[in-house]
Design a protein around this ligand. Structure first.
Ligand SMILES: [Zn+2]
Length: 312
């Protein structure tokens, strides 16, 4: 008796004229851009490799199928694993070696927890966006956006905490304002129009605003430390700049749909803008975490100075 065939071959286009056979489990098939439901039509330059109309179980199963979401799913799944392992390493090795206080442990836990939540919300969205129910798909999209806000919060908390380590007043002012800002974004995200195409610009603007707000405490921190010539500023300011460059690059790929815009149909599976955005986000969080480790060592080796003497 012939063995029951559970998988069917599906040919996908990789590059311009190369067709590769992939095995797709029964119940899952891949669609072209024209064939997918309207709510999934977000990027016309990704022409093929879409999953659609799937029940939850097959959405989950589809993570092992090569589709145009595979790289998106796995980059942030591995990102989650990275920040989880970094957390274990911090708690067991890095923080004890730095002579960390209880506050350090709390701040590290908050930061890494936020990164992990951001990664998991993203994985969830890219797994379940192809759900047969449009409502479910949209809910996951909302969660993905909420996850980005949580990720941004995870950058602010250690950033503000260590930048204003010796100035508890401003530390509290900035932590409270950042928290208020993120909560305000959550409130806007509940609005029924928030995830519609019409509000696309507003959505991007809100995230830019939340990220750009960081310039305020950054400039204030430079000023409190006595300007750009101060040692601590020379050490840490370039790190903040790299962080913003990474964020800007990630965001530009995200909104511009470059490079697939110039190679429609050729970057369906690998090299699309959303994949670059994912990788840059992981890189950015990792960079910020390493900066936090660096500044923690610095803070515990150099006692706080009186800021009033630095400002004259
Ligand atoms: Zn994504």
């Amino acid at each position: 008796m012939p063995q029951k065939i559970l998988k069917s071959a599906h040919y996908i286009e990789l590059g311009s004229y190369q067709y590769w056979p992939v095995l797709v489990p029964r119940g899952i098939r891949l669609y072209t851009y024209e064939q997918i439901p309207v709510f999934l039509k977000e990027n016309p330059y990704i022409t093929d490799g879409y999953r659609a109309h799937l029940p939850s179980k097959l959405c989950l199963k589809s993570m092992f199928v090569l589709s145009n979401e595979t790289v998106n799913i796995w980059t942030h799944l591995l990102g989650f694993l990275l920040f989880f392992l970094l957390g274990v390493d911090d708690m067991s090795t890095v923080l004890p070696a730095a002579g960390a206080s209880r506050e350090d442990y709390v701040i590290y836990s908050i930061g890494l927890f936020c990164f992990q939540v951001c990664m998991l919300c993203s994985v969830g969205y890219h797994l379940f966006c192809c759900h047969r129910s449009e409502n479910t798909s949209r809910r996951w999209l909302a969660l993905d956006y909420a996850g980005i806000s949580v990720g941004i919060l995870g950058c602010y908390v250690p950033g503000v905490f260590y930048a204003f380590f010796c100035d508890s007043f401003w530390r509290q002012v900035y932590l409270v304002t950042v928290l208020a800002l993120i909560l305000a974004v959550f409130a806007v995200q509940i609005h029924p129009l928030y995830h519609t195409q019409e509000w696309k610009m507003l959505r991007s603007s809100i995230f830019c605003l939340v990220a750009a707000y960081g310039i305020v405490p950054a400039c204030h921190w430079v000023w409190l430390n006595g300007g750009f010539h101060a040692d601590i500023v020379q050490v840490f300011f370039p790190r903040v700049m790299v962080m913003y460059l990474l964020a800007a690059a990630a965001f530009l790929f995200y909104i511009s749909k470059v490079p697939e815009r110039y190679f429609p149909g050729q970057l369906n599976y690998l090299g699309a803008s959303h994949q670059l955005w994912h990788v840059l986000v992981v890189l950015m969080f990792y960079w910020w975490h390493q900066t936090a480790v660096y500044i923690t060592h610095y803070r515990h080796s150099q006692p706080c100075q009186d800021f009033s003497s630095a400002n004259g």
